[in-house]
Design a protein around this ligand. Structure first.
Ligand code: ZN
Length: 253
């Protein structure tokens, strides 16, 4: 029953994340006005704004102008609901669940905005660093020192990579947004997870880059946003980090 509530809660938060994804890059208010159809601007009634369910009932179209509603809306709601349930099963009804769910929600918004606009909004990553540090004082999964070193290592290492890259190739390879994102990941997950996140995101990013080059024939200058890979690496670290680190140490005994 509680898990079901966590799914509904996740879907509702997902609905709000859609608003953030749509409005944050335009620097619009995320609380006012209410949702509108992007085609005909008609305000969306509350009964047409039920996460996941309204999309199915309306068959993916605006009730007023009948033009299609982006599949991104139910997709984000579904992913957020699923993530909420998984975290709830892992952490139970606790502050840890709430903090990690806030972390996951931030990563979802950052990923989609970075994919669309190649920016990572400071309004998420910078407060995120503060919330992560605060969480380390409250929840049992991480201590403050681990979190603080995570921020410094996360921010510092990518800052170094970005500076060296720019010096070598005379162009920006990694945005300042990535630096702040990895600092936020370090705040929530600690310094070990930062190393794991860098390894995982570089690996997945490189494989994706090679596949893109083969499929599209684009060269390395074609900048793929790195934020989604950092976010994916962080999510894997959150769920499997301890197992991966233990497995790695076992292999290197
Ligand atoms: Zn419409």
């Amino acid at each position: 029953m509680l898990t079901l509530i966590s799914i509904v809660f996740g879907a509702l938060v997902g609905s709000f994340l859609n608003v953030c994804i749509f409005r944050l890059p335009k620097e619009e208010s995320i609380v006012w006005p209410g949702s509108h159809c992007p085609h005909c601007n008609t305000p969306i009634k509350f009964y047409d704004n039920i996460p996941l369910i309204s999309y199915i009932l309306l068959k993916g179209r605006c009730r007023h102008c009948h033009r299609p509603i982006s599949f991104q809306y139910p997709l984000i709601e579904g992913i957020t609901a699923f993530g909420s349930a998984i975290l709830f099963v892992k952490f139970g009804p606790s502050l840890s669940y709430l903090f990690y769910f806030a972390f996951l929600a931030s990563l979802i918004v950052i990923t989609v905005i970075d994919l669309h606009h190649q920016i990572i909004p400071d309004v998420i990553s910078l407060p995120g660093i503060g919330v992560g540090l605060l969480a380390s004082l409250i929840i049992p999964q991480i201590n403050f020192l681990d979190s603080l070193i995570g921020v410094l290592l996360g921010g510092g290492s990518l800052f170094l990579v970005a500076t060296v890259y720019q010096w070598l190739f005379k162009r920006e390879g990694m945005g300042g947004g990535d630096v702040k994102l990895l600092a936020m990941i370090g705040a929530f997950l600690g310094w070990k997870a930062v190393i794991l996140t860098i390894l995982l995101s570089s690996l997945i990013g490189s494989i994706t880059g090679v596949i893109m080059m083969v499929l599209k024939g684009t060269d390395f200058k074609y900048a793929i946003p790195f934020g989604p890979f950092l976010s994916l690496g962080a999510v894997i670290s959150l769920f499997y980090g301890e197992n991966l680190i233990r497995w790695y140490l076992y292999l290197n005994r």
